[in-house]
Ligand binder design. Structure first.
Ligand code: BV8
Ligand code: ZN
Length: 257
């Protein structure tokens, strides 16, 4: 199948974006990589090198060692607090002003899209900013100042004021169901769009990974913005190889000036 080289921006893609009516942007950890947030497959530093993120991001891991898992998420929350949105986040926020309808769907648990100015973000896998009680699910609003970078260590989670249960991160762990409404909104947007930009995702985690295929099957053009070319499933699916922080601003400049 045809795939685009790194340079220059393919005119066919620029033209499709210029005339697109309903655009979906679907992001993964790669969109935050240039903000200094490690992706899931990057080697993690410090205490976390000994642990597999896939094993830590489960309810079983939290029940077995709440302090280890809570410490990991607080360390990640600290990284996000200290990070800034990058040109990819800003280009996605700007795109919402350039096309009639834009739906932003993210697998990420950081708030960098919101901080870049994206008005509405569908978080399929929850958010670091919304901890809740592990037992009664009441939201917990009194998060302390998170750990310093070198303090990445186990940390006992706070206790729920209502039932005394341990507070957990507001993310969707492996083996947990995705928020019903977020998932149905995301699927509907994918099935109704005419262009889907898949940005910085390895497409390995389900059911989120179905989204680009849903768009392709519904007749949309699908573009993967990623340094690693993705497997292509149809004539309307392309790779736009490169860093999201470079390719997305260039794509918007070419399409809208
Ligand atoms: C579910 C939140 C129903 C937490 C995440 C057995 C039992 C139970 C379930 C399963 C099972 N076997 C399989 C499953 C399904 C499972 C799954 O898909 N597993 C995979 C591993 C096969 N899914 C689930 O469990 C989901 N729930 O199915 O419920 C159910 C219930 C019970 C029983 C059965 C079914 C829940 C999945 C959600 C997990 N939570 N996040 C947290 O953040 O800690 S997933 C997490 O990992 C992220 O959110 C993200 O989705 C995923 C990482 O993927 P990416 O974002 O793509 O990041 P990655 O590092 O992989 O790739 C980065 C990409 O960026 C790379 O391609 C790189 O090239 C690129 N890149 C790098 N730099 C740049 C760049 N691109 C552009 N620019 C750059 N600068
Ligand atoms: Zn509680």
């Amino acid at each position: 199948m045809e795939s685009f080289d790194v340079d220059p921006l393919p005119e066919r893609l620029v033209a499709r974006l210029r005339r697109a009516q309903r655009v979906v942007v679907f992001t993964g950890a790669g969109v935050s990589a240039e903000s200094g947030i490690p992706t899931f497959r990057d080697a993690l530093t410090g205490l976390w090198q000994r642990f597999d993120p896939m094993a830590l991001a489960t309810p079983e891991a939290f029940e077995a060692d709440p302090a280890l898992v809570w410490g990991w998420y607080e360390w990640r929350r600290m990284q996000v607090l200290r990070a800034q949105p990058n040109p990819a986040h800003r280009a996605i926020a700007e795109l919402a002003n350039r096309v009639p309808q834009l739906t932003l769907i993210t697998q990420n648990v950081d708030d960098l899209h919101e901080r870049a100015g994206s008005p509405a973000v569908i978080h399929l896998h929850g958010s670091l900013q919304a901890p809740r009680c592990f037992h009664c699910a009441r939201p917990f609003a009194e998060l302390a100042e998170p750990l310093e970078p070198e303090q990445g260590r186990a940390l006992a989670p706070p206790r729920c004021r209502h039932c005394g249960g341990p507070v957990r991160p507001g993310v969707v762990w492996f083996g947990e169901c995705l928020p019903e409404r977020a998932l149905s909104e995301a699927f509907a947007a994918a099935e109704q769009c005419d262009l889907l930009l898949s940005v910085g995702t390895s497409g390995l985690v389900y059911p989120a990974a179905q989204i680009p295929a849903l768009a392709l099957r519904a007749g949309a053009c699908v573009v993967h913005v990623n340094p690693q070319p993705q497997a292509l499933g149809g004539a309307a699916e392309f790779n736009l190889a490169g860093l999201a922080g470079e390719r997305l601003p260039a794509l918007l400049r070419a399409a809208f000036g």
